[in-house]
Design a binder for this molecule. Structure first.
Ligand code: SF4
Length: 367
């Protein structure tokens, strides 16, 4: 038989009691975060997109810098995408920035530059899913919209004593239903923020601080000491290993870079010429010569500058970065390739490994 949330959670007086406990805990214990001091839907949207896959402590500086440069949705829409990416540099998951830029343009065209307040209109914007639309509606407009993200998912599972895989379709349906039933008609924004904060600070993945939890008297997982088993552990992520090579092709005080094209991993950002080789393949001179010929590069013998190991989504990448000195031939700018002076490397949006290579170039040059 399929499991459903226990009906007792939805009994109005019990729910009201839980809301009161949550609100009083939130007012005393929550963190002082900048996006909680505003009800501007644009600022809340920026914070929510930045907080996807990124720690709060990292987001704070980016949030201030971004809003300082793009204080309104119209400012964001009018900016060049390259500049938006530059302000996003280091946060990763650059698709978020591209989609925000596209969404800002959509708001200008379809809503005269005013951030919409209708849930369906917000949900129709690029990069906004059900959680983000619910968060904006409840935090900015205090609309009674449910939320479900990583922290609340764990909290709801424990409050429901939900023992199934939380990612399964059946679980997601049940968890959203719990959220819909739990969200109050009034003060939904505060209750939703309190739920997220409780999941983040108290109902943590391991060793939740149940002694500090305002909801412990309602929690069957706590009552039965099942915190270590709920939520059910997910299968460990399987990574694919890749081996890549990057070239720092330089000539006097210039270096060759390329803009990543639509559909590439770092679309819209800049990178050093980079290509994949077979895992752990050694680059002997003959193979190097073939690759260089394929790219039309005439260079002096390459030397290894650095090896970087990094992860991108499901990939674990070993990147060998070689210095190659430009030998001769025209320095034509071909397609998305461009020669930049070393000091101009600060001006273009680079993804994190390209930025590490750039820092290494600039630091050795300063030595
Ligand atoms: Fe989570 Fe413990 Fe609170 Fe239950 S009592 S909701 S397990 S922190």
């Amino acid at each position: 038989m399929k499991k459903t949330p226990s009906a007792e959670w939805f009994e109005p007086s019990l729910r009201g009691h839980m809301h009161r406990k949550l609100r009083s805990w939130f007012r005393m214990r929550s963190r002082d975060l900048p996006w909680r001091k505003t009800n501007d839907p644009y600022a809340i949207w920026v914070s929510e997109i930045m907080l996807q896959q990124t720690q709060v402590a990292t987001v704070i500086d980016y949030f201030f810098r971004f809003l300082h440069r793009f204080p309104t949705v119209v400012d964001l829409a009018q900016a060049h995408l390259q500049e938006v990416l530059k302000y996003w540099e280091g946060l990763g998951y650059y698709r978020r920035a591209r989609q925000m830029h596209a969404a800002a343009n959509q708001i200008v065209i379809e809503h005269a530059g005013k951030f919409p307040s209708d849930f369906d209109q917000i949900l129709a914007l690029p990069g906004i899913g059900r959680y983000t639309a619910g968060a904006i509606c409840s935090f900015a407009y205090d609309q009674s919209q449910p939320i479900l993200e990583a922290n609340t998912q764990r909290l709801y599972c424990r409050l429901m004593k939900w023992e199934e895989d939380p990612k399964s379709g059946q679980s997601q349906k049940a968890l959203w239903r719990f959220a819909e039933e739990f969200v109050p008609a009034k003060n939904a924004g505060e209750i939703n923020q309190a739920l997220m904060e409780l999941g983040s600070l108290v109902c943590t993945p391991s060793q939740p601080k149940c002694d500090q939890c305002p909801l412990r008297t309602f929690c069957p997982t706590f009552a039965q000491n099942l915190q270590a088993n709920i939520p059910k552990a997910l299968k460990p992520k399987e990574f694919e290993h890749l081996h890549e090579v990057a070239w720092v092709v330089w000539d006097h005080d210039q270096v060759l870079v390329r803009e990543c094209l639509t559909g590439e991993r770092w679309e819209g950002l800049w990178d050093f010429p980079r290509f994949a080789i077979e895992a752990d393949q050694q680059l002997d001179e003959e193979r190097f010569a073939l690759l260089l010929k394929r790219f039309g590069l005439k260079v002096q013998a390459p030397t290894l500058r650095m090896r970087i190991k990094h992860g991108v989504t499901k990939y674990k990448i070993t990147l060998d970065c070689f210095d190659v000195q430009w030998k001769d031939g025209p320095q034509a700018i071909i397609g998305n390739y461009r020669w930049l002076r070393f000091d101009q490397l600060h001006e273009v949006p680079l993804h994190s490994t390209a930025r590490r290579i750039a820092k290494s170039i600039l630091s050795r040059r300063d030595d």
